[in-house]
Design a binder for this molecule. Structure first.
Ligand code: PXP
Length: 237
């Protein structure tokens, strides 16, 4: 059965809009746990546009479920990850000008730098997930790099504008998922998932963690975070 990782970056985005102390993503993590989150996910970006170093330090001490840190493969980010030691690090691509993560990490092109990041994280005892596009070459390379898991980028599925395209993207995700599972990788997925489109992805054979942020935080504005998480948790299970 799929599990739910709640990405709380957007709570920090609201705080950073005023550079104040509220809303605190640490509170958000606690409420998400009360709502049934299986994991808390944060992305410490190089430009610190939402999550701050302080958030990561406090969350490491307070989160009682799995803490999943998303970060770039840069040596400076890997230094932080190895020091804080979250349960899992998901390696993602990062461009300063993007609004959110666009596309998966190209582990074929960035093979050497990714290999070094994975090696250091594994040596620190941290499970590594690679956020990749659902394509065979990326999965083969993820296996070679000895990652524990892949997180399949669901953006193309989420952005499909008609049923035919959505179906094709779902088939790609299912095929990539089967390939990853057969190779012994844990299977995660995320990006652009909503209350309306999540169920077919949650039903993919062997699906593990679904990392969802925007849709849950958007609903939380109206129904509260614990309730929004409860509703998503119910849908995916
Ligand atoms: N997974 C990864 C690797 C991401 O970078 C993001 C966005 O930060 C998400 C999942 C969550 O995406 P969304 O906010 O669209 O649910």
């Amino acid at each position: 059965m799929a599990t739910l990782g709640v990405n709380i970056d957007h709570v920090a985005t609201v705080r950073q809009a005023r550079r104040t102390v509220e809303p605190d993503p640490v509170w958000a993590a606690a409420l998400a746990e009360l709502g049934g989150a299986d994991a808390i996910t944060v992305h410490l970006r190089e430009d610190r546009r939402h999550i701050q170093d302080r958030d990561l330090e406090v969350l490491r001490q307070t989160v009682q479920v799995k803490l999943n840190l998303e970060c770039a493969i840069s040596p400076a980010m890997i230094d932080i990850a190895c020091r804080v030691k979250p349960c899992q690090v998901t390696l993602v691509p990062e461009k300063r000008e993007e609004v959110t993560t666009e596309g998966g990490l190209d582990v074929v092109t960035h093979r050497d730098a990714t290999a070094e990041a994975v090696r250091r994280l594994r040596a620190a005892g941290i499970a590594v997930s690679l956020f990749i596009d659902p394509c065979p070459k990326q999965i083969d390379t993820s296996v070679d790099l000895a990652a524990a898991a892949v997180e399949l980028h669901t953006g193309c599925y989420a952005n499909a504008t008609n049923e035919g395209d959505r179906h094709d993207e779902l088939v790609k995700l299912a095929r990539a998922g089967a390939m990853a599972r057969q190779a012994g990788l844990e299977l995660n997925a995320g990006h652009g998932l909503t209350y309306r489109n999540v169920v077919p992805v949650a039903r993919i054979e062997g699906m593990g963690e679904l990392n969802i942020g925007h849709s849950i935080v958007a609903r939380a504005v109206f129904v509260g975070l614990a309730q929004a998480v409860r509703e998503m948790r119910a849908l995916i299970s």
